[in-house]
Design a protein around this ligand. Structure first.
Ligand SMILES: [Zn+2]
Length: 188
């Protein structure tokens, strides 16, 4: 006997789960300043490691701690592009912006896939200086376990550099100067 698969209900279920995840992520967030401090530390540590100024062991320990601090609050993980799309719609941003965000993040993700590097879409909520909640869409990726520092540097550069137009955060990762009038944080 073939069981009937409730397609429509599944979609509604995914949507309501996403809604819950977004609400939960917004209920406890890092401030933008906290996030930027952690990301700066990650970039610095990665660069030291790529230059072989930090041992493999110390790198793993410290980067693990920083990832933990960065990801302890304010995050929704999306495993597919369509889930990511749905979540962005639930954040009430306009279609034009959603299109741009999807194209940008998909470029990161496709590059990661082509390099066989594990990655996922994320939306990160942060508290802005004026108290409002902003959100930052991104793709995060891990490095293959046995990759050398040189290979990891190359992976980082290729994935970060993949979109046609880079965001401020991409530029910071690549050590490119950032101009202030390019916002990549969205507000509801
Ligand atoms: Zn980017």
């Amino acid at each position: 006997m073939i069981e009937e698969i409730p397609q429509l209900n599944n979609f509604e279920l995914i949507k309501s789960n996403l809604k819950k995840q977004i609400e939960m992520a917004q209920s406890e967030v890092l401030t933008l300043e906290e996030l930027q401090t952690i990301e700066q530390k990650i970039n610095n540590l990665e660069n030291l490691y790529f230059d072989k100024k930090v041992s493999e062991e110390d790198f793993k320990k410290e980067i693990g701690q920083l990832y933990f601090e960065r990801n302890r609050a304010g995050i929704v993980n999306l495993s597919t592009l369509s889930e990511f799309h749905e979540a962005l719609k639930l954040c009430n941003i306009d279609d034009e912006t959603i299109k741009k965000v999807l194209a940008h993040e998909n470029a990161h993700s496709s590059m990661a896939e082509s390099l066989e590097v594990e990655n996922n879409y994320k939306i990160r909520f942060v508290e802005l200086a004026d108290g409002r909640i902003g959100f930052i869409p991104s793709v995060e990726f891990g490095y293959p376990l046995n990759a050398t520092p040189e290979q990891k540097r190359e992976i980082n550069q290729k994935i970060t550099n993949a979109p046609e137009i880079l965001s401020n955060r991409d530029k910071q990762r690549l050590d490119i100067e950032v101009s202030k009038d390019e916002p990549d944080i969205f507000q509801k």
